[in-house]
Design a protein around this ligand. Structure first.
Ligand SMILES: [Mg+2]
Length: 390
């Protein structure tokens, strides 16, 4: 089954609800308070929503779909990976991954790897459709009928009273864990740190002392700031503190891990098993969080899960687009991949054009039974469709 074409297309629709009231998280760029953070080009807008997909077509008529992806990924696919993959065997996911990994001198991490990842996810969708099986079955699952999802609270108000009320509400919906996002970092000084702690204390008080609670700083802190924060968070007993520092600062992570009893997590912004290995062998993390959309696709995330399990470090698959992470989690031991992330506020946007959409019930996402990944575009929701070329 040969790859005939790889196409990129964007779908759009008008919609009335506005996501503009959402609260942002801490950002690395916020060290400069007067520099505005640019919005990503495919960020939802108040008046319309759009989403970009990649489709791999074959000479057998079977195709693989993955998305939404970002324009950076689409550009690299169009310029570098599409011409390289045309004519190759679409079912040889292991070979294709290894070929793509060796293609470009800058191709083993960063944006190039996110483009490889998108194609790998589309290739697994294609293979599932070719063999009429969901991807988790091709990977050796299901290990369970549904995968626990933690509620990831990005976008909700972090004012202590509002956050406490929201946290209680999602606890009552059956989510077995929640993650809240700190808004402040070194650029906002001692006042910001006090606000971070006030939010964390309010949420902890709302959900009670034993409920698993995590916090995220999106790579925005320095080692001294992070050290102060984790030491102050220790009495709140967080399950983990996520991305206190940029993830390539492996020795700083290891030092921070020694500074308090708070477990550390990172991984959504690292790439391939080799970067995961550096965090593991240096004792830098308690949880890994690689994302199949970015780290090297489904092919690579399965390897990272095996590697992490040998270090007794759980992989909590990061859920940028949910489905690839869900299929990997559903194919692995619950000890190796215990749960996935579910971004409560953002998933409805990411799945806007999909039918069915996948949402946790009682804190678990049922594994799809459709062949492939289970991403089906709902033509009734698509008002415009445009092929994207660069
Ligand atoms: Mg995160």
């Amino acid at each position: 089954m040969k790859i005939d074409d790889i196409i990129l297309f964007e779908v759009r629709a008008a919609r009335s609800e506005s996501p503009s009231s959402r609260t942002r998280q801490a950002l690395p760029l916020a060290l400069y308070p007067h520099v505005e953070h640019p919005a990503p080009p495919n960020k939802p807008d108040a008046s319309f929503i759009r989403a970009l997909y990649v489709e791999i077509q074959t000479d057998a008529g079977v195709s693989g779909l993955f998305g939404p992806i970002e324009r950076d990924q689409a550009f690299i696919i169009a310029q570098q990976l599409r011409p390289f993959l045309l004519g190759r065997d679409a079912l040889g996911t292991e070979l294709l991954f290894d070929l793509m990994l060796r293609l470009h001198r800058h191709g083993r991490s960063g944006l190039f790897m996110t483009a490889i990842s998108a194609l790998d996810c589309a290739l697994w969708d294609l293979k599932g459709k070719a063999w009429n099986q969901p991807v988790y079955r091709l990977l050796g699952g299901p290990t369970r009928p549904a995968v626990p999802a933690y509620a990831s609270m990005l976008g909700y108000s972090i004012e202590p009273d509002a956050a406490a009320a929201t946290a209680k509400g999602f606890q009552a919906q059956g989510y077995a864990a929640q993650k809240w996002f700190f808004r402040y970092g070194p650029g906002e000084g001692a006042e910001g740190m006090a606000k971070n702690l006030a939010m964390a204390q309010a949420v902890r008080a709302a959900v009670g002392p034993h409920y698993p609670l995590m916090f995220d700083a999106y790579m925005s802190w320095t080692l001294p700031y992070a050290t102060q924060m984790v030491q102050a968070l220790e009495p709140l007993n967080p399950t983990w503190m996520e991305e206190p520092l940029p993830p390539e600062r492996v020795s700083e992570f290891a030092r921070l891990r020694q500074a308090s009893r708070v477990p550390l997590a990172t991984g959504e912004h690292i790439y391939t098993r080799w970067q995961a290995k550096e965090l593991l062998v240096n004792g830098a993390v308690d949880y890994l969080q690689n994302d199949p959309d970015w780290t090297g696709g489904i092919t690579e995330l399965v390897k990272i899960a095996a590697l992490a399990s040998a270090f007794e470090v759980p992989l909590i698959a990061h859920g940028h687009s949910l489905l690839p992470a869900l299929h990997v989690a559903g194919s692995q031991s619950p000890a190796a991949v215990p749960m996935v992330e579910f971004l409560i506020y953002h998933q409805p946007n990411k799945q806007f054009f999909h039918n069915p959409s996948y949402t946790p019930e009682n804190g678990e996402v049922k594994l799809p039974d459709l062949p492939g990944l289970g991403i089906v575009l709902d033509e009734a929701k698509i008002e415009q469709r445009e092929t994207i070329a660069f």
